[in-house]
Design a binder for this molecule. Sequence first.
Ligand code: SAH
Length: 229
Amino acid sequence: MGHPPRDLTSQREGRRRLIERLREAGVRDLALLHAFDRVPRHLFVPAVFEARAYADEALPLGHGQTISRPTTHALYLASLGLKGNEKVLEVGTGSGFQTALLATLCRQVFSIERVPELAAAARARIEALGFTNVAVRAGDGSYGWRKYAPFDAILVSAGARDVPRPLIEQLRPGGQLLIPLGDEKSQELHRMVRTDEASLTDEVIAKVQFVALRGADGVEVQTERVTPC
Ligand code: SAH
């Protein structure tokens, strides 16, 4: 019945190669490289893709969604420069892999996933790994998670046409928002910083192609590509 439990300590060699690949891609942050060692990506992909879990590729999760490439997660996390004491909101939990990376890199992680089955599977994986600083819920993340706001950082993992206003409102002054903005063909990953109550700085850090943020401001996108600017 079902699959046997998958070994948490296996695939060390795969993780070592992935970390080498991330170094080659320019990732220098040791805490970030350590997070990729700590979180076994093969437990976050469907069992049929386990052998490919440590390649730098996006893989299908079912429900028309994908787990992002490891270099995409590295790009997101490196551009935030986390120190370890942050409270973070993630929109688009998907597999929960980036959620678990965040859990090793900051104080508290709140993550929202639109597809209830994905949210439940991600929560189970994260709990099985023993993380106690993560909350995952099913819902439309374009409204944010007001109860736990303000956040030091908000990461949106799906493409949107515009920045959902509640996400800006739920950033603390000095807080950062990462969001892919564009149409269904391509998007640009924006890094915005709320400088005070009323203003935001806005910088484009990569060209990307993500699955769609479905909700108030969603667009339809099927695959993922990233070209750092
Ligand atoms: N970082 C995740 C990315 C998953 S793909 C991973 O690597 O596994 C993006 C996810 O965003 C999908 O699971 C999709 O269902 C979810 N999503 C899309 N629109 C959303 C919304 N409005 N609120 C919450 N999640 C959303």
